[in-house]
Design a protein. Structure first.
Length: 152
């Protein structure tokens, strides 16, 4: 039987543990007690904090989660049917990067993107179908500017 150590215990003993590389090369960051998945997300969070302090947006949230629902064909449906309505079942969850209320009073959901993957594209379409009253925006950094594109 071998000895098992946590990563923290191994490092305190001087054992070098290689850092895990992200699949897409992003570097996670921590700020204000929040875990952010990438450096672009960190930059966007800092930018949104400045905009919030300038009173151009309110109610900034990090990593809001939204349940995703799909229609159930037939009356029986699956074993787990969500109480959101008849004929609907929960098929997953969408976790955005940020959510806030803009100057016009509209609820905006943002996702910082460097690379659009097929799973994100599918979840974004289901999100738009489930939450048509919320504006979903993809945000990219181009040079020193932020470019926001609505997801339709």
């Amino acid at each position: 039987m071998g000895l098992r150590l946590t990563v923290h215990e191994a490092r305190t003993l001087g054992i070098k543990i290689p850092e895990r590389k992200s699949k897409y090369g992003n570097e996670p960051a921590y700020i204000d007690g929040h875990h952010l998945d990438s450096q672009i997300e960190l930059k966007r969070y800092c930018y949104l904090l400045m905009v919030e302090r300038a009173k151009k947006l309110t109610s900034l949230k990090i990593h809001p989660r939204y349940p995703l629902f799909a229609a159930v064909p037939g009356a029986a449906g699956p074993a787990v049917v969500d109480p959101a309505g008849p004929g609907l079942c929960r098929v997953g969850e969408y976790e955005a990067d940020f959510e806030y209320i803009d100057e016009a009073g509209e609820l905006v959901v943002e996702d910082c993107k460097g690379l659009v993957l097929p799973l994100y594209a599918l979840k974004a379409r289901i999100f738009r179908a489930n939450y048509p009253h919320r504006r979903l925006m993809e945000v990219r950094q181009c040079g020193r500017r932020w470019v926001s594109t609505p997801v339709d």
